[in-house]
Design a protein around this ligand. Sequence first.
Ligand code: GAP
Length: 451
Amino acid sequence: MPDAVTMDKIVSLSRRRGFVFPSSEIYGGMGSTFDYGHYGVLMKNNIRERWFEAMVRNRDDIVAIDSAIILHPKVWEASGHVAGFTDPLIDCRTCKLRFRADKLEDSQCGLKPSKHPGETPECDLTEPRRFNLMFETTVGALQEEGSRAYLRPETAQGIFINFKNVLQIARRKPPFGIAQIGKSFRNEITPGNFLFRVREFEQMEMEFFVPPDEAEKWYRYWIDERLNWYRRYGLRDSKLRVREHGPEERSHYSQGTSDIEYEYPIGWGELEGIANRGDFDLTQHAEYSTTKLEYVGQDGERYVPYVIEPAVSIERIMVALLIDAYDEEVVGERERTVLRLHPKMAPVTAAILPLIGKSDDMVAKARSLYEDLRRRHSVEYDDSGAIGRRYRRQDEIGTPWAFTVDEQTLADDTVTVRDRDSLAQERIPIAGVGDWLENALERDWKSPKAN
Ligand code: GAP
């Protein structure tokens, strides 16, 4: 069966169901900037939680950090961002649009009929010039030389500059890692494709410090670990691949980079990057700060560790999960749209529904079950409208299970469990719902779309 999903359908469902709204809408919108509604927030929390669990909580060799967004401006000189974090920019004097010189074939000219920039006689393009992607700001009341600072374009540098703190205070010895989750900012020339390329995004990065002669081994290790994380949370194998960068494509710091790519409706695109950054960052910061950044063992062994870095944004993962989960099917005579999300990624784990919203007895039982479950799980209570409509609403936000209180519940204290994907229903005792849910969440899960 061909995949029914398009980026437009994801944008529309996200908006309709309150995952993601275009930002500043009442002021006419702010292109490629988004606000997250309730379900978007819950889903982002899940992505963050699953990442943190896999990268920090379940391991002994990685610790967390939360560094400032505005760092000393010298950080960005040392890291190479002031000089080199640029894209080649071209302006069109006729249609006034801006394009990336290296992506003209992916861009649309502002004139009709739409062509690529430079393809119509009216196009009047400037020569390419380097455009730095960092957002500048000033610190303090005065805008003067020395007050210029930047919003961080990656979280990684906040980790490198804390290397010594962690080494000493957390008493770590390579191989060990430092993980950080937080907002990053890039003044992208061509943002777009919904959340795929935005100017403000939440990165999840981990810098893994290793003895130089182990770098290649750990680079391969982290590619496998991260690929398996995506598989575990249900992204289909057929939509995932690893692509190794050629030497000409690598960033200035990289000794090797592989992208985990996902096949978005716009084609294969980078989901996460895993880089072997060598000793570039620690060496640069040591030189610019004149602080020694190296590992010294008790036996006098001394070296600057190499760094392996898996780096991704919550936004890229969210788009991939939504796309992978989106499905349409006809059940009976009716069409339904369903998000077949991994139960641990779905914003709501279970819905609690009285079959008849006007029945005081059913409402009381359902509310009491809801009050009990909400202490441990993300659950939702809904008694408004026909039951079929309530189920369809939960399908569209990807809720894996619904517990329904009906006539029989009042007689024997059992409820039905409806499965989002198979639509199968079973009856279980109301007192066993909590355990049933705990067990169901721990089961291995595979996308029904993979069949
Ligand atoms: N510290 C290395 C680094 O930042 P990157 O390849 O520029 O490397 C890492 O970014 C990840 O951050 C990407 O794989 C992608 O998941 C995410 N990312 C980068 N730019 C983004 C943007 N404009 N919008 C959303 N996510 C972005």
